[in-house]
Ligand binder design. Sequence first.
Ligand code: PLP
Length: 462
Amino acid sequence: MHSPLADDLARLPELLQSARDFAARELAGVDERPVVHPGKAPDHEPLPADGTGAEGALARFAERWAPGFSGSAGPRYLGFVTGGATPASVTGDWLTSAYDQNVSGAAGSWAAALERETVGWLRELFRLGEVHSGAFVTGATVSNTVGLAVAREWLGERLGVDVSREGVSALGPVDVLSGSPHSSVSKALSVLGIGRDRLRQVPVLAGNREAVDVTQLDAALAELGGRPAIVVANAGTVNTVDFDDLRSIAALKERHDFWLHVDAAFGGFAALSPAHAHLVDGLDAADSVCVDLHKWLNVPYDAAVQFTRRRDLQTRVFHNSSPYLGLPTGDPDFLHLTPENSRRLRALPAWFSLLAYGSGGHREIVERNVALAHRLGEGVAALPGLRLSAPVRLNVVCFTLAENPTQERVAALAEAVAATGEAFLTPTVYDGTPALRAAFSNWRTSEADTDRVLATLASLPL
Ligand SMILES: *Cc1c(COP(=O)(O)O)cnc(C)c1O
């Protein structure tokens, strides 16, 4: 064995202790470290021939790279929708690496059964029934892609072709209808050979809304003249966290033939809060559902879950059968259900967090984040130079400059906020006007943090 490797093997417990000490120090400081690092990353170094051993690598990382890592796990990183990682989920994540299970299937390990238990807990959390089977994937983009792949196979079933064998061209042009889809839906359609241009945006409700106008959706489906289609419903839009009326959309199935995919990447967590659960009423009527876990469940990257009612079609798309693996049977192994073949035990961090804090603990995170978004929203509305772009509906505050909100001025404001190191917000365009978003989804964020963000905004020349 190469000597640095042999030395590391001999000193593995000490090495893990060093990593623990380093991680503990970094996390203890995450509240106070600059939220983002706009500076330039170090120049690349040559590949070493012999290597330093892991202690040497840790020292080099600490010196060269760690100072430039963002505080995205911390409480005032409000860009995109970025959850942190709960203490229990970090514990589970470390053990995932230590055990290094390959959860492609159930052979020889209980790891796949643990993933199934976790999927069951998540199903309960999002109020889905037994009819929805689920699997872990890397993120909502892949979850949407898998859901839409099953939808594509379903279209084949309706039209009497086997897409997994004949290819997507056997379907002819596919119709995908949605009100305010996330950009990952276009990406999924590109990957799936359906094509980005096949996504038709249906008008949204009038009056500062991002939810689809169900009457317009009804009319758009009627125009298809009976041709089966795919509807992507949005349960939590990224700008203003608006929700499509899932029950009414599902009811359109009485008149039209479509697959209902719901992108509930972070909005699905409304189900955890009794005051907001009505927003996802009807989620259980979906044919496929996407929920991200590295956002509002606060597990480390990367993890999401994908639910579907048609595991048979999912298996048709994703099965990976070769003579030695055997054909998928009644309860197919995960490798027959997801794009990956070899798979990390992504379920373990979620399992740890769900066991450690229960549905009540995760509900508290969701409710606190929502309350904090309202707190920031009220503060922003009261600042003379700013105005809300839309009411705060859940956990995102979408706001802009009260006067002359050009792309340049809004981008400059985002940069000025980031330059303070106090907070990180991301720019967007809402209803044609450049704006900023502050998204609350981190378990650490407190009222004091929210007030610091507000103080930062108040301190800037607007
Ligand atoms: C974040 C998000 C996605 C994409 O999620 P990734 O985990 O980044 O792949 C898709 N849909 C919605 C609504 C999102 O908020």
